[in-house]
Ligand binder design. Structure first.
Ligand code: 5GP
Ligand code: ZN
Length: 112
């Protein structure tokens, strides 16, 4: 499958890994949009949140809990932002579900 994040999971493309377990991988975004910008992904190929089903309930919970744990470990006690770009109008550019963890600067609203 021609999926860049599946290749990172498989180890055929390098990434700066932050955390890994049997279900999840977290790594630094290659083009960080904040001083801390980490992507948390399921190892299983899931295109987007729009493709998730009730069978993915535990996995989705795990993604968010992991992002929160990493935020704590990275010292983002003053806050951070979680983003899940979904579909073309959601600005999704990589079609493998990913949670952005952004922190280390003041975030603004509305996002772009
Ligand atoms: P999206 O645009 O789908 O919300 O987020 C995709 C993110 O993946 C972008 O922030 C982009 O910088 C990041 N990205 C794309 N290709 C790679 C890559 O090969 N390695 C890493 N570490 N990040 C990538
Ligand atoms: Zn994939």
């Amino acid at each position: 499958m021609d999926c860049i994040f599946c290749k990172i999971v498989a180890g055929t493309i390098p990434a700066k890994k932050v955390r890994e377990d049997e279900l999840i991988l977290a790594f630094h975004d290659i083009e960080p949009k904040a001083p801390k910008h980490i992507l948390v992904i399921p190892k299983k190929h899931l295109v987007s949140l729009a493709d998730a089903t009730a069978a993915d309930e535990a996995l989705l919970g795990r993604l968010l809990l992991t992002a929160g744990e990493i935020a704590r470990e990275e010292g983002l006690g003053k806050g951070y932002r979680i983003v899940i770009s979904t579909g073309p109008e959601g600005g999704q550019t990589v079609d493998h579900l990913h949670v952005h963890l952004l922190g280390g600067r003041q975030m603004h609203w509305p996002p772009g």
